[in-house]
Design a protein around this ligand. Structure first.
Ligand code: FAD
Length: 476
C-alpha cells in the first residue's frame, strides 16, 4: 500500500511538465529542480516514506516574488500546485504529481522584537528555529512537541503542544500573516486587515493562499522548565490511564501531560532491562516555578514503579527536542485523530486492547490533555472549534517494512472507528491519515465552522487552486 497508487503514469514527468518549466524559467530567482536533475529525488521526498509523488518542478523560493511567480504560472497553466513548509504533513500534501512545488524550505528567518514580544517567522522555519531564537530572550511561541516539524503547516492547521494549556494553540498566538493569494496578490491578514482571511488561516490549513511569513505573539517561558518523562509497565495500563484522567482533572493550566502506549525502544538511551517491554509513557511539562512543577509531577512518577524515568529540570529547548529521534525521515507513518468527550473506562479499555495488538512496536496511541487556554477561545473565534473537549486521541501507526503497510493502516483505521462512540465529533486536521475520506474528513474536522470556511475559500480561491491539502471546497 502507498499513498500514491496512480499506476501507469503514461508520459514521463519531464515530458508532462515541460511547458510549466519553460514558464518558470527566468521568472524565479530560486533553484528550479526538474525531473532528472541532480537532487530531484531528495527534493520531492517528504518526512513520510509512504509518499512518492513526482512534481513537474520544485522551486526553492528565495522570497515572496518567487512564490508569486509559482502561483501565477500554476494558475495560467491550470496546473497543480502544492506548498512545502517543513514537509511533515502526514498525508504528504507538500508535494503534488505533475505540478509545481512551492518549496519554502530555505526561508527560515526568525526575527524577534523582545519588547513587543512579537516574532516574525518565515514559511520554511521549523519549531527548532523559532525556539532557538525566542529563548535568547526567555520567550516562546506555543508550537508542537517535535522540533523539526514545520511552523507553517502546524500553525495553519492549529498547533497543539506543551504550551497550549497556558497560552493556547499556535494559531491563537498568530497576530498577522503575509499571504500570496490565488490571484498572485500579496496581502497582510490580521484582525484589522482581511479579517475573514485571518479567521480562516487560524486552523483552516493551506486552503487560502501561500503564507510567506507569520507574526506571532510570544510569551515568557523558561529558560528551564520541569519536564516529566516517565514510562510505567503496561501490566496495569487501565489503572494508569484512570490515574492520568484524575490527574488531568485537577491540573493547573501551567501543567500539561500527554499519555501514550508504547514499547520501550531497543536503544542504549534506555535501561537495558526495560528495553522491548510494553509501557505507558507520560510526557509533560510545567512552565511555572520548577520546584512547583517537580511537586506537581510527583504523583505521575509514582503511578507505578517506572521502567524509565527521565524527568527533571531541563532547558525548554531540550524538552522540545525530546521526541525528535523517534520520528526519523523516511519511515512509514499513518496517523489519525479524534476528540474525546472524556476518558471513560470503556474508552480506556478500547485503547489498551488496541495497543496490545498493534502490528508494529513503533506505534503508539496518544491521549493529549487539552483544556486551559485552549478552551477559553470561542468555538467560532478561529476555524478550529471543539474548544471545550478535555482530550484528543492520536493514533500513530509507525513502521519500517513496506510489507507491513496494510496491517498497520488497518490497525489505525480500526481503532479510529472503535473510538467514535467516545467522541463528540471532530478531529484534528493535522493528523489526517491519508485524507482518504476527502470532504467528509474535512467537514468532520471543522463541524459548524465548515460553511464559513467554504465562503472564505470562495472569496480568495474560487477556482480551488490550492487543493493539495485537507481541502475545503469553495462554496458556490
Ligand atoms: C513528527 C511530527 C510531530 C508532530 N507533532 C505535532 C504536535 O506536537 N502538534 C501538532 O499540532 N501537530 C503536530 N504534528 C502535525 C503537524 O502539525 C502537521 O504534520 C503539519 O502539517 C506539519 O507542517 P509542515 O509545515 O511541516 O508540513 P508540510 O508538509 O510542509 O505542509 C503541509 C501543508 O501545510 C500547508 N502549508 C505549508 N506551508 C504553507 C505555507 N507557507 N502557506 C500555506 N500553506 C502551507 C499546505 O497545505 C501543505 O500541504 C506533527 C507531525 C509530525 C510529522
Amino acid at each position: 500500500m502507498s499513498i500514491d497508487e496512480s499506476g501507469d503514469r503514461g508520459a514521463t514527468p519531464g515530458e508532462r511538465g515541460a511547458p510549466l518549466v519553460d514558464s518558470l524559467e527566468g521568472r524565479v530567482a530560486g533553484r528550479l529542480i526538474r525531473p532528472g536533475d541532480a537532487g530531484y529525488d531528495e527534493a520531492r521526498a517528504v518526512w513520510n516514506g509512504l509518499v512518492d509523488r513526482y512534481p513537474a518542478a520544485i522551486v526553492r523560493c528565495t522570497g515572496t516574488a518567487d512564490v508569486v511567480a509559482c502561483v501565477d504560472v500554476a494558475r495560467e497553466h491550470g496546473a497543480p500546485i502544492s506548498v512545502r513548509g517543513g514537509g511533515h504533513n502526514v498525508a504528504g500534501t507538500a508535494v503534488c504529481d505533475d505540478g509545481i512545488v512551492v518549496d519554502c524550505s530555505e526561508l527560515r528567518g526568525v526575527w524577534i522584537d523582545p519588547d513587543a514580544r512579537r516574532v516574525r517567522v518565515q514559511a520554511g522555519a521549523t519549531l527548532a528555529d523559532v525556539d532557538r531564537e525566542t529563548q535568547l530572550f526567555g520567550l516562546a511561541v506555543p508550537l508542537g512537541v517535535v522540533s523539526d516539524t514545520g511552523v507553517a503547516g502546524l500553525t495553519l492547521g492549529g498547533g497543539f503542544g506543551h504550551l497550549s494549556r497556558s497560552y493556547g494553540l499556535s494559531c491563537d498566538a498568530l497576530r498577522s500573516a503575509d499571504v500570496v493569494t490565488a490571484d498572485g496578490d500579496v496581502l497582510t491578514a490580521s484582525a484589522e486587515e482581511h479579517p475573514d482571511l485571518f479567521w480562516a488561516l487560524r486552523g483552516g490549513g493551506g486552503n487560502f493562499g501561500v503564507v510567506t511569513s507569520f507574526e506571532f505573539e510570544a510569551y515568557p517561558v523558561g529558560p528551564e522548565v520541569m519536564a516529566c518523562f516517565v514510562v510505567h509497565p503496561a501490566e496495569n495500563a487501565p489503572e494508569l490511564f484512570r490515574k492520568y484522567r484524575a490527574f488531568c482533572a485537577d491540573a493547573p493550566d501551567e501543567v500539561g501531560l500527554l499519555a501514550f502506549t508504547m514499547w520501550v525502544p531497543d536503544d542504549e538511551a534506555f535501561p537495558e532491562d526495560a528495553r522491548g517491554k510494553p509501557g505507558v509513557g507520560f510526557l509533560g511539562s510545567s512552565i511555572g516555578p520548577t520546584d512547583e512543577g517537580a511537586e506537581a509531577f510527583e504523583p505521575v512518577r509514582a503511578f507505578d514503579t517506572p521502567l524509565v524515568d527521565f524527568s527533571g529540570v531541563m532547558p525548554f529547548t531540550e524538552l522540545q527536542q525530546m521526541l525528535d529521534e523517534d520520528y526519523p525521515d523516511g519511515r512509514r507513518y499513518y496517523w489519525k485523530s479524534l476528540y474525546l468527550s472524556g476518558l471513560t473506562d470503556e474508552a480506556i479499555e478500547t485503547i489498551v486492547a488496541a495497543a496490545e495488538t498493534a502490528p508494529s512496536k513503533l506505534s503508539t496511541v496518544d491521549v493529549w490533555q487539552l483544556g486551559g487556554a485552549i478552551s477559553r477561545v470561542d468555538d467560532d473565534a478561529t476555524a478550529i472549534g471543539w474548544r471545550d473537549v478535555p482530550h484528543m486521541l492520536g493514533i500513530e501507526a509507525n513502521w519500517d517494512d513496506p510489507a507491513d503497510d496494510e496491517a498497520n493502516v488497518e490497525w489505525a483505521r480500526t481503532l479510529w472507528a472503535e473510538m467514535q462512540p467516545y467522541s463528540p465529533g471532530g478531529l484534528y486536521i493535522n493528523f489526517p491519515g491519508f485524507g482518504e475520506e476527502g470532504d467528509d474528513l474535512v467537514r468532520a474536522a471543522y463541524g459548524d465552522n465548515y460553511e464559513r470556511l467554504a465562503d472564505v475559500k470562495a472569496r480568495y480561491d474560487p477556482e480551488n487552486l490550492f487543493r493539495s491539502n485537507q481541502n475545503v471546497e469553495p462554496s458556490t
